[in-house]
Write a protein that binds this ligand. Structure first.
Ligand code: IPM
Ligand code: MN
Length: 354
């Protein structure tokens, strides 16, 4: 196994730098314990840089990032920059340019974390969403006709390629096969989106024949929003397109205890990958040492797992679980019973003591 990594760090905007600093503390503790080493390459991409230079990603950035083993991202989004510019220019741009075609988002309720779901506990809420990350409504296909007139037309098309759908579904089947329950649910809208989800469903059925050990199921996206609240224990791995994946993973984040804990990985299984807390830049909490860094720490945990450092990843998860059970009052910003930096210190020291 490789033992030395080059990791790109993009702290980004708002609370991004604060939570990434804690994630890096835990990464250092994990490296000490597991005996691997790494070099960090820092990038200042984000709102501040854009306001100063007018640049989102500079020339050559993508080629440079492509050479790294992984990218660790804080948050993108700045109150003084028009919505869409940084998201499109940095986050979506990296997802597309690096062909990070999988967005993997675990929905796991840890013991001691509050869920708004009555009578549900950690045994009921433990599934992964595999979101397609480069196509669908995010592809940017469409445009305006007669913009600004009374006859204006806006078209935004969902792009679904056989190749894009198949590689996402294949990743989901392979991923599901590694989990004990081996149940894969396709989430779509075959009753209305009869072209896009016809392609998804046909490809899903074809691949299912190659994976007889994986049980398959289907749910419409509206129904899955209902089932995720009523019967989350039904799900093991859910695979879906980009837009539906965006929506259902915010719902997922809430049932697993909120944005303070929700992490995700933008992955190209054959190339590099970028890990991030999914909560955004949270301007109102910025600079106050109140934001929960566990989502960023868990994004780091996913990065370790992706890099093949299974033992280190496992240790981070255990240290986080201990911190939740023994030290934290709540997952919510400002109500944790300690500050952002103390949470990072605590996870790192618990990890060192494992
Ligand atoms: C997410 C975010 C992004 C998305 C935004 C910031 C572009 O909501 O990562 O889920 O829609 O994918
Ligand atoms: Mn989202």
């Amino acid at each position: 196994m490789k033992q030395n990594y080059r990791i790109g760090v993009i702290p980004g905007d708002g609370t991004g730098p604060e939570v990434i600093a804690e994630g890096l503390k835990v990464l250092a503790a994990a490296a000490d314990k597991a005996g691997f080493s790494y070099e960090l390459v820092h990038y200042d991409f984000g709102g501040e840089r854009y306001l100063k230079t007018g640049e989102t990603l500079p020339d050559g950035a993508v080629e440079e990032l492509r050479q790294l083993d992984a990218i660790y991202l804080g948050a993108i989004g700045h109150p003084d920059v028009k919505p869409g510019i940084l998201e499109k220019g940095i986050l979506l741009n990296l997802r597309f340019a690096l062909d990070l075609y999988i967005n993997l988002r675990p929905i796991k309720l840890y013991p001691g974390v509050d869920t708004p779901l009555k009578d549900k506990g950690p045994a009921d809420i433990d599934f992964d969403v595999v979101r397609e990350n480069t196509e669908g409504l995010y592809a940017g296909a469409g445009g305006f006709l007669k913009k600004g007139t009374a006859d204006e037309i806006a078209v935004q098309e969902s792009i679904n390629t056989r190749k894009g759908v198949e590689r996402c579904l294949r990743f989901a089947f392979e991923h599901c096969r590694k989990r004990p329950r081996k149940k894969l649910t396709l989430c779509g809208k075959t009753n209305v989106l009869t072209f896009a989800f016809d392609l998804w469903e046909r490809t899903f059925r074809e691949l299912a024949a190659e994976y007889p050990d994986v049980e398959t199921d289907y749910a419409h996206v509206d129904a899955i929003c209902m089932w995720m609240v009523k019967n989350p224990e039904w799900f093991d791995v859910v695979v879906t397109d980009n837009m539906f994946g965006d929506i259902i993973t915010d719902l997922g984040a809430m049932i697993q205890g909120g944005m303070g804990i929700a992490a995700g990985g933008n992955i190209n299984p054959e190339g590099t990958a970028m890990f991030e807390p999914i909560g955004g830049s949270a301007p109102k909490y910025t600079g106050k040492n109140v934001i929960n860094p566990l989502a960023a720490i868990m994004a780091g945990q996913m990065m370790l797992s992706h890099l093949g450092q299974a033992e280190a990843a496992d240790m981070v998860e255990r240290a986080v679980m201990q911190t939740i059970e023994k030290d934290l009052k709540s997952m919510n910003a400002g109500r944790m019973g300690m500050g952002t930096t103390e949470v990072g210190d605590r996870v790192a020291s618990r990890l060192a003591a494992l």
